[in-house]
Design a protein. Structure first.
Length: 199
């Protein structure tokens, strides 16, 4: 009996809902933070952060969508993104963390020691960039939009010089292929990939 009743009921329900609310309203329960697969939490307070706040743009790229759903950074090792990430890192981060992320007033980001172990995942690192940590490590969501933050992460991961087995952010295949930055290495503005040259 179920077999014959169900389709009729759901069809009926569907058209009633459609008539009552229109398709926009029906889509609503799925919109908002609940469709975000990943929760981004402030590194210090643990509070959930709103990625809609901060510098405009860089929210509807494929990579940001995937990152918000799965925590996977699709830019890792993409040369066009490394090129952008280097520039963004040099503008926003290297003054405190050093040109090679070797550490200055801020801690080194190129070794396997992390004050906040969550930073060994790209979601954790993103959260620290977005919401800041203690003292001079302020939030960077006013100078970087989410897509740019992903590009900076890509660059920081490329500067890593520690043991490969501690590179939690790489899967086994990526670990095998991983080659850290070499002094003098240059990524040109013609590099093909997912990231358009910065404006
Ligand atoms: C004004 C100086 C300053 C700037 C600019 C700055 N940082 Fe920091 N950063 C710090 C300090 C100081 C700490 C240590 C804070 C703490 O331990 O809570 C820190 C901590 C961090 C940590 C935590 C490291 C760990 O071991 O867990 C990360 C990740 C980080 N910064 C990334 C960045 C990135 C990426 C940028 C650029 C977007 C940036 N920082 C810009 C000063 C700075």
């Amino acid at each position: 009996m179920n077999k014959s009743v169900k389709p009729v009921v759901s069809k009926l329900l569907g058209s009633v809902l459609l008539a009552a609310c229109g398709t926009g309203a029906m889509a609503q329960p799925q919109a908002g933070p609940s469709t975000t697969g990943v929760e981004f939490r402030n590194t210090i307070t643990g509070e959930i952060m709103n990625l809609d706040e901060g510098k405009p743009g860089g929210r509807d790229t494929e990579a940001v969508k995937v990152f918000k759903q799965t925590g996977e950074n699709k830019y890792l090792s993409d040369k066009s993104c490394l090129r952008n990430g280097e520039n963004l890192y040099l503008t926003s981060c290297s003054g405190c963390h050093g040109h090679l992320a070797e550490g200055k007033v801020g801690p080194g980001l190129n070794d396997n020691y992390w004050t906040y172990p969550a930073n060994t995942t790209d979601v954790g690192l993103f959260s620290t960039i977005w919401g800041g940590a203690n003292g001079m490590m302020g939030p960077h969501n006013e100078d970087l939009n989410p897509d740019e933050a992903l590009q900076v992460i890509t660059w920081i991961r490329h500067l890593y010089t520690g043991p490969k087995q501690d590179a939690v952010w790489l899967n086994d295949e990526q670990k095998k292929a991983y080659k850290p930055y070499k002094e003098g290495e240059h990524f040109s503005k013609d590099e093909k990939g997912q990231c358009k040259p910065l404006e």
